[in-house]
Write a protein that binds this ligand. Structure first.
Ligand SMILES: [Fe+2]
Length: 187
């Protein structure tokens, strides 16, 4: 995480928010302590492979070229390699890093896994990752409102995302309030 903070601060901050949301989701799903730790660690580390992307691509303000995208799309595999070199890391954590860009309909990357072939924590992380990216401000655009992000998740539910967990994730917000996370992060 320190490496990521030094390399790419916005991705580091996004990763912390994803980890915090994963913790909320784990509590909502009544996961046990070990599963909670795996989901949270995987959420925090899902984009760790971005440490391997050249700064010139990460910090680019002009539109990305197909070659840039090819580089960026390698980050799940790069992250997996980094974690495997780290030694004793739970398989469930590595699976989140490796598969968080897979899509329910098989149109994701890097492996084109489909439906239940995608490990469940990676399916959950994909929803939370996308949600946080949508509601976060970027230098070039303001983040979406919760209601707009909710509509986007529902629009891609059952195609990009596992609809079962989209519904649970949105229920979590409707149950505990729209934005309990940002306050927690400031504490
Ligand atoms: Fe990613």
């Amino acid at each position: 995480m320190r490496l990521l903070a030094e390399k790419d601060l916005p991705t580091y901050q996004h990763s912390l928010r994803v980890g915090a949301l994963c913790k909320r989701m784990a509590a909502y799903l009544h996961l046990d302590e070990q599963q909670t730790s795996q989901l949270v660690q995987g959420g925090c580390l899902h984009d760790i492979g971005k440490v391997g992307i050249p700064d010139g691509i990460l910090n680019k303000t002009s539109p990305l070229t197909p070659g840039d995208w090819a580089f960026i799309r390698q980050h799940p595999e790069v992250g997996t390699t980094i974690m495997l070199e780290h030694g004793d890391v739970d398989k469930e954590i590595i699976e989140i890093i490796q598969y968080h860009h897979e899509r329910w309909n098989g149109e994701g990357y890097p492996h084109g896994l489909k439906g239940y072939e995608i490990p469940v924590f990676a399916r959950i992380c994909a929803i939370i990752d996308t949600y946080d990216s949508m509601v976060s401000d970027r230098p070039y655009r303001r983040g979406l409102s919760f209601e707009e992000a909710e509509q986007e998740l529902l629009r891609h539910s059952g195609t990009q995302f596992d609809s079962y967990y989209v519904d649970l994730f949105l229920n979590l917000f409707h149950t505990v309030g729209v934005n309990p996370i940002s306050q927690e992060l400031h504490e």
